[in-house]
Design a protein around this ligand. Sequence first.
Ligand code: AMP
Ligand code: FES
Ligand code: ZN
Ligand code: ZN
Length: 311
Amino acid sequence: MKCRKCGEKASIHMRQHKLALCKDHFLEWIPEQTERFIKKYRMFTRGEKILVAVSGGKDSLSLWDILVRLGYQADGLYLGLGIDGGIEYSHESQRLTEKFARENNFKLHVVDIEREYGHSIPMLAEISHRGYGKPCAVCGLAKRHEMNRIARDLGYDVLATGHNLDDEAAVLFGNALHWSSEYLLRQGPVLPESDGLARKVKPLCRFYEREMTAYALARGIEYIYDECPFAEGSQQIYYKEALNQLETARPGTKLTFYIKFLEAKQSGELFVEKETDRKNLHTCPGCGQATSAPGLCSFCRMLEKAKAEAK
Ligand code: AMP
Ligand code: FES
Ligand code: ZN
Ligand code: ZN
C-alpha cells in the first residue's frame, strides 16, 4: 500500500476513507482535518481562549498538541479524581499530563477534587450512595461541574474535550436504543454557551479511535494506556464492541451513523428544539451554576450529603 500524497510506503490505511498515508502525511492530515471540523461546526476562532480538559489519555493529549500546532490559544486542565484501582490510575495519568505540559512548555491547571472538597471521587461515591457501588456517575457529575466552574472562573471562552468518534457513536447508540430525546437533542460537536456556562466542543468527534492512537504514537506522545479501572463492564464498552463488529463487516458504519445523525438534526428533520423544550434554568445558591430545578444543583446536593454523613 502506497501513500496517496507521495507514493512512499503507507504507514496507515483508513479503509473507511479509502485513504492510505505515510507517517509524515498522516501527521499533516490529522490537523488539517481538525481545522476543517473546527470551521465546519463553528467551534472557536484564533482570538478565543480554549481550555482543553486533559485526562492523560491519547485523545485529550493529542487534541492539545493539535490545537497548539494549529496556532490556537489552548491551555490544559487536569482534574485529580483520586482513583487508584490497583494501577495508581490517577497518579500515573497526572504524571504523564504534567510531563507532556512541561516538555512542550504548555500551561496546565491542575485541580485536585479531594483537596478542593475534602473527598476523592470514590469517597464521594461511597458517602452519597449514588451509582450502585461504581463511582462513574459521581465522577461524571463532578467532572462536568468542575470543568464548567474552572472555565468560568479562569475566563476561558471554550472548553474542549477529547471525545473521539468511537465515544460519540457509542453514546449515540445508547441514546437511540433508549430514544432519550433530551440527550439526543444535546448531543453534537458543539454545545453552545448558556447562563454562565462555557461553550463545549469536541474537535476530535469525527476521528476513529484507531486514528487517534496512530497520531499519538506517531507524535511520540506518552499517554496512559489503561482505561479507568471502573470502566470495566460498562454499557459504553458493550456498545463500542457492537459497533466495532458492524464496522468490521462494513467499514465506515460508525462514521455514517454519527454524521447522518448530525445532518438529520441540522436539516430540522429530527430532534428539533422547541421553545417550550428549553426549561427555565435556575441559579444554584451553592455554586452559582445554572441548574434545571430551583435549589441546590446535583453536585452541591451531593457535597451537602457528604458533609452531613461525615459528621
Ligand atoms: P472519558 O469520559 O474518560 O472518556 O473522557 C472524555 C474526555 O473528558 C477526555 O477526552 C478529556 O477531555 C476529559 N477528561 C476525562 N478525565 C479527565 C480528567 N481527569 N481531567 C480533565 N479532563 C478529563
Ligand atoms: Fe471517573 Fe472512571 S469513574 S474516570
Ligand atoms: Zn506520504
Ligand atoms: Zn451548585
